[in-house]
Design a protein around this ligand. Sequence first.
Ligand SMILES: [Zn+2]
Ligand SMILES: [Zn+2]
Length: 256
Amino acid sequence: MLIDSHAHLTLSQFDDDREMVIQRAREAGLKHIITVGLDIEDCHKAIMLAEEYDFIFASVGIHPHDVKSIDTKTYSRLKRLSAHDKVVAIGEIGLDFYRNLSPRKIQFPRFREQLQLAREVSLPVIIHDREAHQETLKILQEERAETIGGVIHCFSGDLAMAKSCLDLGFYISIPGTITFKNSRDYQDLVRELPLNRLLLETDSPFLTPHPFRGKRNEPAYVYYTAKTVARVKNIDVAELADITTCNAQKLFGLFP
Ligand SMILES: [Zn+2]
Ligand SMILES: [Zn+2]
């Protein structure tokens, strides 16, 4: 049984067949899916979806692309949403210097403020770091993220950064890109990481694993990522599923 620790089931790419996508995830044996919020409106949608399906949980936060939309009411709204039963994390939050859809200058304080919010409401964080490794790590360290806990989603840093994140007690989440033929280096990195700190994710509808690369991603495909990580770690896929599922349950408090 696998957990997709990071999906965006609310996005319009799923509008035509959302129910079937969720059905296929269930049939594939997924134990849980975390559908991750991107802005206030999307967080509302994520919670509605989690209310509809017992095995779906939600996270609430403002993605670095959207932090320019944060106003005086945003944090009280987020705080209220975070109190919902099915909300298991604050995220995704962080820094994105690849697309810079919000100015870097404002990404820093909005990231710090959302870390503080997570501490206040006692929820772990889901961190988005794209081409901002040093800055992300520095803020996590300065904000004493080891007292908050969380996961670096779609981890794309190097081994030194991974070790620093592990030192903060964080988990590291592996996306479908590890299945690509040209991801030898990434596989070598994952081989060095401790099993008890790994999570698996799809980031659906994005980052589709081989053999569906180029098509829309969906939570059921987390199986292909699991298969590759198991091969890299030289263990049985069932064992990897057990360990990563247990890790996600522990981090997000997903116990019945
Ligand atoms: Zn992200
Ligand atoms: Zn995401």
